[in-house]
Design a binder for this molecule. Structure first.
Ligand SMILES: Cc1cc2nc3c(=O)[nH]c(=O)nc-3n(C[C@H](O)[C@H](O)[C@H](O)COP(=O)(O)OP(=O)(O)OC[C@H]3O[C@@H](n4cnc5c(N)ncnc54)[C@H](O)[C@@H]3O)c2cc1C
Length: 493
């Protein structure tokens, strides 16, 4: 009887999976699949259990050695090369519930993946299960209610494109192939964040599969404790299968572009950026960083994005654009979605990337001098500097209003190296680390969405006064710390 059930399952499985069947895979591995538990201990998964899961979900279960496994395990940062035991491509919340139950019952190491852009690779793992939400990318806009309902695997470009069609917007990050899931749950800085707040500030509700396999809805009216934690607490509390975002009317054409100066003017350009950005209206988002032109010239370039009335924007931006005779100025009226994808090609999927970053509450001359000195001491061409502006509406919420703790941040600063050749890993990582040493003490906290491995031990300090409340929530919604591959909050005792 058992044998017949197994064969029937195998027929179902064969219909789902191309080429080499599941049974062949597992048979080749000795009838059981090697895996890892939450504590990192070795375990094995039984054939029948895996088949049961495959048959129970609408999506696809992908195993090592199977066609498509290598593509499915790839994440944005090519320096991350992990081999999960199972990749569950979930097609619906009920799939996520099944997979969470499967993982919890076996204490299986669990990663949750939306856009796969976690810098340190927390959305994948060696030997565990990846809950991959990439088949769940629908976005539905209710223009009347100024609301977007976004599935948990959607990318920022899906969100921006749909909302734009209705002359509406919500805060999304600056690279359009980033996932809505990770970005929003950790905070969500973006070009209209100073005007409309963080992505997580714009959440109206979230559907979450918690560690016990239940689908719960969190909003300010329902499970409001969980809603508080989802606004900045990352993936600690479960798998978000759907987000509801508040939308804001905005002209889909903005005034935006880059202004650049030769690197010899870096000090004065940075001082001008500090002065101008500290007083800029919320409608203006201003960033600055070092860039290398295709012909090898180092420049300091600033991106300006004005998202309100065009004539007013031209007036506001004029003094900045004419400061110290820039060598380039591309500021013009253009679609917001074009601006939102303008950095995509510089940070494409499959790049190798290492960066250290933190928040600054102000940008003073001392910090500017320290940044320029450390860049000058770094091996030429290996380390670049980048700023993202915060403040405005982001800073007007109390620290304890949401889990996101860094409300006093005015800038996010990073020293980074992005490259293609694996043989450069060691030199590039060492260069960034060394360059960051004198900058780290000048920062105040860091962004949980931009962490290197060494920063995970400091998560509690970074959440500061919000940490005890997060730990209580963790105990309530994930007492076994099933969701630990993130800026992890340890469940309160
Ligand atoms: C090229 C690039 C540009 C970026 N630009 C910005 C920016 O402009 N603004 C900004 O704020 N950040 C930015 N970031 C940082 C970004 O917010 C984080 O990397 C974030 O984790 C990406 O989300 P993701 O869904 O793509 O990541 P993933 O790697 O898929 O997920 C990261 C983590 O988020 C959690 N998670 C993801 N989805 C879910 C879900 N549905 N339910 C529960 N947990 C989930 C999991 O814990 C997972 O480990 C950028 C990163 C990159 C690589």
């Amino acid at each position: 009887m058992k044998r017949r059930a197994l064969l029937q399952a195998a027929v179902g499985v064969a219909a789902l999976w191309p080429a080499r069947s599941l049974l062949a895979q597992i048979a080749a591995a000795g009838g059981e699949l090697a895996a890892k538990t939450l504590s990192g201990a070795a375990t094995t998964l039984r054939t029948a259990d895996i088949e049961g899961l495959a048959a129970a979900i609408r999506g696809q279960l992908i195993l090592p050695g199977q066609d498509g496994y290598d593509a499915a395990r790839r994440v944005w940062n090519a320096m991350i090369d992990r081999r999960p035991a199972l990749i569950a491509r979930c097609a619906a919340p009920s799939d996520v519930m099944q997979v969470v139950n499967f993982a919890r019952e076996r204490q299986l190491l669990t990663a949750v993946r939306c856009g796969g852009h976690s810098q340190s690779g927390k959305s994948t793992c060696d030997g565990g299960i990846v809950i991959d939400l990439s088949p769940m990318q629908s976005v539905r806009v209710d223009a009347k209610a100024k609301l977007a309902r976004v599935e948990g695997g959607a990318l920022l470009r899906h969100l921006d494109r749909e909302t734009r069609a209705f002359g509406l917007v919500t805060t999304a990050g600056t690279v359009s192939h980033t996932g809505v899931g990770g970005l929003t749950l950790g905070g969500g800085l973006g070009r209209v964040g100073r005007r409309f707040g963080l992505a997580c500030d714009n959440l109206r509700s979230v559907d979450v599969v918690t560690a016990d396999g239940r689908l719960v809805t969190a909003s300010d009216a329902e499970n409001s404790d969980l809603m508080w934690g989802l606004r900045g607490g990352g993936g600690n509390f479960g798998v978000a299968t759907s987000f509801e975002f508040n939308l804001h009317p905005m002209d889909p054409i903005v005034v935006a572009g880059d202004v650049a100066w030769p690197y010899s003017k870096a000090r004065e350009a940075l001082r001008n950026f500090a002065e101008f950005s500290s007083k800029a209206p919320d409608e203006l988002n201003l960033d600055i960083g070092t860039v290398m032109t295709p012909d090898g010239q180092l420049m300091i370039a600033s991106e300006l994005v004005w998202s309100a009335d065009h004539a007013a924007g031209e007036r506001v931006m004029a003094p900045y654009r004419s400061f110290s005779s820039p060598v380039m100025d591309t500021v013009r009226a253009l679609p917001y979605t074009d601006v939102q994808s303008s950095h995509d090609k510089f940070l494409e999927n499959g790049i190798r990337d290492y960066r250290k970053s933190g928040f600054l509450t102000e940008l003073n001359d001392h910090t500017i001098d320290a940044l320029l000195e450390t860049l000058a001491a770094a091996p030429p061409g290996l380390v670049r500097m980048t700023f993202q502006q915060a403040g405005g509406a982001i800073g007007r919420r109390a620290v304890d209003a949401t889990a996101f703790p860094n409300r006093d941040a005015r800038y996010w600063v990073a020293l980074a190296s992005s490259f293609k050749d694996p043989s450069e890993d060691e030199a590039r990582i060492a260069a960034v680390r060394e360059a960051w040493k004198p900058i780290e003490p000048l920062t105040r906290g860091f962004y949980v969405n931009a962490m290197t491995e060494d920063m995970y031990a400091k998560v509690d300090a970074n959440y500061g006064p919000n940490y005890p409340r997060l730990a209580q929530l963790k105990r309530k919604y994930d007492p076994g710390n099933q969701f630990r591959l993130n800026a992890n909050v340890v469940p309160a005792a």
